[in-house]
Design a protein around this ligand. Structure first.
Ligand code: IPM
Ligand code: MG
Length: 361
């Protein structure tokens, strides 16, 4: 069976890191013997420039027909002054909503050779391996009503924080399943001391726990969770939370690893199809210079193999190759020490891709 994959390079460094990761995907498909068919389309700022929309209908239609989407990044200064609903980011949010990608998996893993890059003391982050499961199609990001209106001669802005029971239950079950296959611990993050919507969240997550006796469930308020993440991050295994808290906590967790350029993500629908993208942004300041780190996009391809393409061996092989290139001393600028030792070799985007490919021979 041939699986369709849609490639959306997007903006900034996206068009540089995506081809490198596609080459890796083609290599593992060949080596592990699964058939893929690639197509590409426009999204984000580039799509605005060429079609007037950050998510042209053709792109969404192609994405809906694909088993997996590989996305580079969207956005850049050229589009910063557009109104909220016309910005490149809407392309991303439209894909999440249109494909019902409700489960966002954001691993924060510390790569041993990069331990020094963390802003925390290395003993606090050594061997760190956290997985944040963020609800991605609900909560305050999508709640209605929303807007800015004029009341009594002044403007009033408002959004709605809303979750239904089934939305909470399905993301909780994804997180419980993942926790059961990892360290067996799940921390649900809410603000149940203040917000009714998250009191419901806590109730529904607790009820789902009855079906997962092998997982130890805990609850934390989001302010405390933010503090605990920087105080003692290794206390966490899997964290499950809503859309906005997950947005914020996943950036904190990413920074703990000291290497935003290394982190992949997966956004999954109920049928296992998904969108895979690096956590880093479009980095317009280094775009077009062969400086970007392609490893987060390559690791996103590994997640694609594991979660959507049913090719766990390919996923393992890619992850092993990435560890090996780092252990061998290859570094793009973002993860290169200021005064590197003689065992470190600084490389560009394409060369880093070639290093990974060679290990996948
Ligand atoms: C992320 C980003 C997006 C979000 C933006 C670009 C809309 O911050 O994926 O975390 O807020 O979800
Ligand atoms: Mg974010």
């Amino acid at each position: 069976m041939t699986q369709r994959i849609l490639v959306l390079p997007g903006d900034g460094i996206g068009p540089e890191v995506v081809p490198v990761a596609v080459a890796v995907l083609e290599r593992v498909a060949d080596r592990f013997d699964f058939a893929i068919e690639l197509d590409s389309a426009l999204v984000g700022g580039k799509a605005i420039d060429e079609t007037g929309s950050p998510l042209p209908p053709e792109t969404l239609a192609k994405a809906a027909e694909s088993r997996a989407v590989l996305l580079g990044a969207v956005g850049g200064p050229a589009w910063d002054d557009l109104p909220t609903l016309e910005r490149p980011e809407r392309g991303l949010l439209g894909l999440r909503a249109g494909l019902e990608l409700f489960a966002n998996l954001r691993p924060a893993i510390l790569f041993e050779p990069l331990a020094e890059a963390s802003s925390l003391k290395s003993e606090l982050v050594a061997n760190l391996d956290i997985l944040i499961v963020r609800e991605l199609t609900g909560g305050i990001y999508f709640g209605e009503p929303r807007g800015v209106e004029v009341v009594d001669n002044e403007r009033r802005g408002f959004n709605t924080y809303v979750y239904t029971e089934h939305e909470i239950d399905r993301i909780a079950r994804v997180a419980f399943d993942l926790a059961a296959r990892r360290g067996g611990r799940l921390c649900s993050v809410d603000k149940a001391n203040v917000l009714e919507v998250t009191q419901l969240w806590r109730e529904v997550v607790s009820a789902a726990a009855n079906d997962y006796p092998q997982v130890e469930l805990g609850h934390m308020y989001v302010d405390n969770a933010a503090m605990q993440l920087v105080r003692e991050p290794k206390q966490f295994d899997v964290i499950v939370t809503g859309n906005m808290f997950g947005d914020i906590l996943s950036d904190v967790a990413a920074m703990l690893t000291g290497s935003l350029g290394m982190l992949p993500s997966a956004s999954l629908a109920a049928d296992g199809s998904g969108l895979f993208e690096p956590v880093h942004g479009s980095a317009p300041d280094i775009a077009g210079q062969d400086k970007a780190n392609p490893l987060a996009t390559i690791l996103s391809v590994a997640m694609m193999c594991r979660y959507s393409l049913d090719a766990p061996d390919a996923a393992d092989a890619i992850e092993t190759a990435v560890h090996q290139v780092l252990a061998a001393g290859f570094r793009t600028a973002d993860i290169c020490p200021v005064s590197p030792g003689s065992d470190i070799q600084r490389v560009g985007t394409e060369a880093m891709g070639r290093c990974v490919l060679e290990l996948l021979e």
